[in-house]
Write a protein that binds this ligand. Structure first.
Ligand code: UD1
Length: 343
């Protein structure tokens, strides 16, 4: 068995896929999750896929007493992958303090624990949201950071700064921030996937729920953007590809391959896809005609963004392999699975 890795938010969407990839690579995975946006049953599904059930510790990282007790018993952790956070952009605008408290207090407590218990490595879940609307595309890691448009986005920017300053001040702490573009799709087994509570904010869960008949129709937020078909452009990557990047990042930290104490990588496919193209891909792979209508723009939306992933390609030896069609196929398989067991 390889090293013990703490995955915070390990029952969530990206956390569960990463736990699967870590276990499949031989790592010993221990999860902390307060289940505020996920289900405990996810660890059973991870076991179904990998043959090994990760240990799930159910508590909030903002509870310092419980966190300390956890590390007293687990001071042999080799790296932390920190996913646990709130992520709804719209909600963050009217609940800013909840977002700052939950996303930043938890991070500070984890970094405190890294110092106290000599845990040397952290991988941080960041986002392309830090680039705002970039002037030049595609975006590299050197592209300027723009003022955040939402408290959620600000927690990612401030989170990166807190980690960078901590790694500079403590040479025995190393960290990698991974800036995700738009993760979509589900594990090919369809046993784990994205399960938004209530009405989905993100495009692909809204598409699959509409196709399943749970939503009346999809609203395409604007077709008057300065893009070839007028709808917004994003870089959609398959969640399993994204999960694999975390395993590589953890190994890079553990094996001492980092160039600096604090590194940042863009994780995307390098290809921009419009909302209308995403819909076409879904229709192509499922044979379903999706009900949608063009509506006004969504406030705070970025017109177009896609990654230059060449630094991650070169330094991490990581590259996305799944196509957009494959992502849509697995997202649909997952939607059907989850509805079949919840009825
Ligand atoms: C944004 C952030 C991302 C963050 C994520 C969390 C940017 C560039 N991205 O993703 O970093 O992690 O929120 O939720 O800031 N759309 C529709 N109809 C819908 C839903 C979405 O047309 O019902 C369109 C949006 O206008 C957008 C695209 O689909 O063009 C993707 O939207 P979404 O899935 O919400 O992700 P982002 O807003 O890109």
């Amino acid at each position: 068995m390889k090293e013990k890795i703490l995955v915070t938010g390990g029952t969530g969407y990206i956390g569960s896929h990463t736990s699967v990839e870590l276990i499949s690579d031989g790592f010993d995975v221990v999860i902390i999750d307060n289940l505020c946006n996920s289900e405990a049953i996810v660890v059973e599904r991870i076991e179904q896929i990998t043959g090994k059930r990760p240990r799930l510790n159910i508590f909030d990282i903002c509870d310092k007493g419980k966190l300390d007790r956890f590390f007293e018993e687990n001071s042999d952790i080799a790296a932390i992958i920190h996913f646990a956070a709130f992520k709804a952009v719209g909600e963050s605008v009217y609940k800013p303090l909840d977002y700052y408290r939950n996303n930043l207090v938890s991070l500070i407590y984890l970094l405190d624990a890294m110092k106290k218990y000599n845990i040397p490595n952290m991988v941080f879940s960041s986002s392309c949201t830090v680039y705002g609307q970039p002037e030049k595309l595609p975006v590299t890691e050197e592209s300027p950071i723009q003022p955040a448009v939402s408290p959620y986005g600000n927690t990612k920017q401030i989170g990166e700064e807190i980690i960078r300053d901590t790694a500079v001040a403590n040479q025995n702490i190393k960290a990698i921030a991974l800036r995700y573009f738009n993760p979509i799709g589900a594990h090919p087994s369809a046993l784990i996937g994205e399960l938004p509570r209530g009405i989905p904010e993100n495009l692909v869960p809204f598409i699959t729920q509409t196709a399943f008949g749970l939503r009346e129709e999809l609203r395409v937020f604007g077709d008057d953007y300065d893009t070839p078909d007028g709808s917004c452009i994003r870089d959609y990557l398959h969640v399993v590809d994204l999960a694999k990047a975390h395993v590589i990042a953890v190994k890079r930290l553990i094996e001492g391959g980092s160039k600096k104490n604090y590194e940042v990588f863009n994780l995307g496919t390098g290809e921009g896809v419009s909302v209308l193209e995403a819909i076409k891909s879904f229709e192509r792979v499922t044979g379903i005609k999706l009900k949608y209508k063009i509506t006004g723009r969504r406030e705070g939306d970025i017109e177009k963004i896609w990654a230059d992933p060449s630094y991650a390609n070169k330094e991490l030896g990581w590259k996305t392999v799944s196509t957009l069609d494959e992502s849509m196929r697995t997202a649909w398989k997952w939607e059907k699975y989850i509805r079949s067991i919840s009825q």
